[in-house]
Design a protein around this ligand. Structure first.
Ligand code: 5GP
Ligand code: ZN
Length: 139
């Protein structure tokens, strides 16, 4: 259910305070303590899962519906121009808290001076068919 020394489990157990924006039987959504923008929300499954690979199917299938609901509320509240919904798995991807969470971040035209979510092409677009076969072999 919960993991020792997991900050999000402590938040979910009300041992550490947080600003709650949404709660149901499976999830609690809170404000990120170091927000990228006003209204930056993180959605936490109530049962500890380190990452997407550990998340049960029920939570996996429902978390994006919660994210969409919150994203809609952020659009309405802050009249933002867009919303990022993102989720990191593993240190290399930028994950710093190893209790799965989905970020919902309001975005505004011109906010790229302090929010950088994107990439430059890191591979040549050659052999795409062969690459597709590589991946399909492990599905
Ligand atoms: P990650 O980089 O793992 O995808 O994101 C972790 C997020 O959790 C960060 O944006 C960070 O600001 C947020 N965070 C870390 N500790 C706390 C905390 O104690 N309370 C809240 N509300 N957010 C936290
Ligand atoms: Zn946890």
């Amino acid at each position: 259910m919960s993991a020792d020394n997991c900050i999000f489990c402590k938040i979910l157990a009300d041992e550490i305070p947080s600003a709650v924006v949404y709660e149901d039987d499976l999830f609690r959504a809170i404000l990120d303590v170091n927000p990228a923008a006003r209204g930056h929300v993180i959605i936490l499954p109530k049962k500890h899962a380190a990452n997407l690979f550990e998340l049960p199917d029920e939570e996996t299938s429902k978390i994006l519906i919660v994210a969409r609901k919150i994203a809609g509320a952020l659009m309405e509240t802050y009249h933002c121009d867009g919303v990022n919904i993102l989720q990191n798995n593993g240190e290399a991807s930028g994950q710093t808290v190893f209790h799965l969470h989905v970020h919902v971040i309001p975005r505004f035209e011109g906010d790229t001076d302090h929010i950088n979510i994107g990439w430059k092409p890191g591979e040549t677009p050659e052999n795409l068919q062969a690459i597709a076969e590589e991946i399909k072999a492990n599905l």
